[in-house]
Design a protein. Structure first.
Lengths: 298, 390
């Protein structure tokens, strides 16, 4: 049986004439230990989708099942890595993670808790920054804290909402590797939301495109069966990789083209002509003749 | 470099210790600068740097810009004040002489002129005092304070043994009941403000949190807050007076202090109330999501997420509250007949002795300077509580 299932899920915002259906008829089934990437255009409802899995939002129609039971709210079994880190700026790295650990393992002895926290900080190699505030860290370091926090809860499912999109390419590469390393060691189930096809291929077992909204739904899925660990420089040479990448991109372009047709509204631009230099406020002070000239040009 | 060549070993050691000393000094310097920055006295920074011989030209220019020009502006202010005061003095003197002439004739006018020029207290023009007079008055107030403290100490020594006996019998000690000095008045005022601000905090922060958490409550109380916020301190005082005089009937309790500090608190609490409710209601959605994902309960949610997230706004509100409290205090003390700077000012005004006006101006500056320092203290606390350091 699948660990996580989405059945005919639809979600819309607003009501009446301004009602906008964001997601419609989403069907997804994720097995235990699987790494699924959902690739989509910005604004297609990716965050809404992940929020329905982590329990912050609920579907209008259909159901989201975890272990065959509908999700009623957030839970410790699902760890979330948010797009914008969502660290509490008044707490140090250690305390940010402690907040999660305290909540998930309330009966753990203090010493063990301390070790547990340190273990996960070590895992994302942030031990030197243990007592620093988030504002003293770089973006990549903050996201690593966020990763450590999500992992320290020891969740069954790891939900990642564009976790690396705000980072530079180099930091993104190392963090991708780190996340995959941790995932393969702990054998968690992972769902990654991303807008980067390469990231999906590098990390996931399956890539499922989300069609552009409104009424976004999941498209044709692509299996990624390259051997792990995948190393960027090596995989780049692989013709199979190139083919898969091209297939996915082509497919995305195709579904993206339909979007363009949907929004076929024409924007009429006003007919503007530039004023010649010397026409600004300064000309008001520099005699009447010049002023007249500019007026003629206009 | 030459001494190094002649005595390389010794000079190397010297250099090392010198280096250490320099390092120590620079650490101390940076520390004192950061302290100055923290309390908001950034204008003293170039002076510290200049004293340590760092970038003399740049810091010298900065010193001129940040210290010399402000000093020049103070000097200009004193000049304008002095000129104005002299003009008013002459005008009042002329009026007095003219009045004497029309009412009592030429002889009286001459006598009045002589009297004014001789500097006798009885016939001095009663107008805006000059800076010099104000300075003298401040000296007089200080001397008065010392005289009163001496009296107090003498009184204490005198009643010490009696008080011991009274304490044994369980009676209240005898207290000095003489006229309070200017310094005592300042102390009383600060006490009143502290009590008022404390009351404002006690009421406004919890209320602000409750209102901030619920949009329904916010909407339902909004009109009340908006209407009560602009009400004048005087009206608050009267309202508090109406209530306190009914509630407290025991004549031994100092009602004027209670009335004034409650009024101060009521006038000043609005900024904190509004800022707290705004801070609590506008907590970043990311933090709320964290709280939801971690399934924090209501208490944890408030104390671990919402309160820390709204601390910066709450403390901004408290800073406004303190400055408003200090501002309304004078008016309230004046009306409530409660001791303090306000009643000092009013008594001096009623008193009408030759240096009363100067004493009022002294009080004005003291009020301003204390207000400035209170604000700096609150700024330092605010910086301490704000997590988003630049």
């Amino acid at each position: 049986m699948a660990l996580l299932e989405l059945k005919n899920v639809s979600k819309s915002y607003g009501s009446g004439s301004s009602k906008a259906e964001v997601l419609s008829d989403i069907n997804l089934s994720v097995n235990e230990g699987e790494f699924v990437a959902i690739v989509g255009f910005s604004g297609s409802g990716k965050t809404t989708l992940i929020n329905m899995i982590n329990g912050l939002q609920f579907p209008d129609k259909g159901e989201v099942l975890l272990h065959g039971k509908p999700i009623t709210g957030p839970g410790e079994d699902r760890g979330v890595i948010f797009q914008n880190y969502s660290l509490l700026p008044w707490l140090t790295v250690y305390k940010n993670i402690q907040l999660a650990v305290d909540k998930v393992f309330p009966s753990m002895p203090a010493k063990e808790k301390d070790l547990h926290i340190r273990k996960y900080v070590e895992m994302v190699s942030l031990t030197p920054a243990l007592d620093k505030l988030p504002s003293e860290l770089s973006g990549g370091m903050r996201q690593r804290v966020s990763v450590a926090r999500a992992l320290s809860m020891n969740p069954e499912v790891l939900l990642m909402d564009e976790p690396l999109s705000a980072l530079d390419a180099l930091t993104r590469g190392t963090l991708q590797e780190e996340i995959v390393k941790i995932w393969s060691r702990d054998k968690k189930t992972a769902i990654l939301i991303t807008n980067d096809v390469d990231e999906g291929i590098l990390m996931a077992d399956r890539i499922i495109p989300l069609t552009p909204g409104p009424k976004a739904t999941l498209g044709k899925e692509f299996k990624v069966d390259f051997a792990r660990p995948r190393i960027v420089t090596e995989i780049n040479q692989d013709p199979a990789y190139k083919r898969l990448r091209n297939d996915i991109l082509e497919y995305l372009m195709e579904i993206g083209a339909t979007r363009k047709q949907v929004t076929g509204q024409k924007y009429i631009l006003p007919d503007l002509k530039p004023t010649m230099p010397g026409g600004g406020i300064l000309s008001l002070f520099s005699g009447k003749k010049k002023k007249k000239k500019t007026l003629e040009i206009v | 470099m030459t001494p190094e060549k002649t005595a390389p070993v010794k000079s190397a050691v010297d250099k090392k210790t010198a280096k250490q000393e320099v390092k120590k000094e620079s650490i101390m310097k940076e520390k004192s600068i950061s302290t100055l920055r923290f309390v908001g006295l950034t204008s003293a920074e170039p002076l510290v740097r200049l004293l340590s011989g760092e970038e003399i030209k740049k810091n010298g220019m900065q010193l001129i810009r940040q210290v010399i020009f402000p000093l020049a502006s103070i000097f200009l202010f004193l000049l304008v004040w002095h000129t104005g005061a002299t003009y008013l003095y002459n005008k009042d003197a002329a009026i007095r002489i003219e009045k004497a002439r029309t009412e009592q004739g030429e002889e009286a006018a001459l006598a009045m002129k002589e009297c004014i020029e001789s500097g006798q207290a009885g016939c001095q023009p009663n107008t805006l005092p000059s800076p010099v007079q104000v300075f003298q008055a401040s000296g007089a107030l200080w001397a008065d304070h010392q005289a009163i403290s001496a009296k107090k100490d003498a009184f204490k020594a005198k009643v010490a043994s009696i008080n011991e006996k009274r304490a044994e019998k369980g009676q209240a000690p005898i207290k000095y009941t003489g006229r309070p000095s200017f310094m005592d008045q300042i102390g009383t005022s600060l006490k009143t403000v502290a009590a008022g601000v404390f009351l404002a905090m006690l009421v406004a922060i919890p209320l602000g949190i409750i209102i901030g958490l619920s949009e329904t409550l916010r909407n339902s109380f909004n009109w009340l807050i908006q209407i009560l916020k602009p009400v004048s301190p005087v009206v608050w005082l009267l309202l508090v007076f109406m209530i306190v005089k009914t509630v407290i009937t025991d004549p031994d309790i100092d009602k004027s202090f209670i009335i004034s500090f409650i009024s101060v608190g009521l006038c000043a609490m609005w900024a904190t109330l509004i800022n707290t409710s705004m801070g609590v209601s506008s907590v970043n959605k990311d933090y709320i999501n964290v709280s939801k994902v971690l399934k924090l309960n209501v208490g944890q949610n408030i104390f671990k997420i919402i309160l820390p997230a709204s601390f910066p706004l709450i403390f901004t509100g408290l800073r406004i509250t303190v400055s408003v409290a200090w501002m309304v205090l004078i008016a309230i003390e004046l009306l409530a007949q409660s001791p303090g700077l306000g009643s000092f000012v009013w008594e001096e005004f009623q008193n009408g002795s030759s240096d009363s006006n100067a004493k009022i101006i002294v009080a004005m500056f003291v009020i301003g300077i204390i207000g400035f320092f209170l604000d700096r203290i609150m700024l330092a606390i605010q910086n301490l509580m704000t997590f988003t350091k630049a």
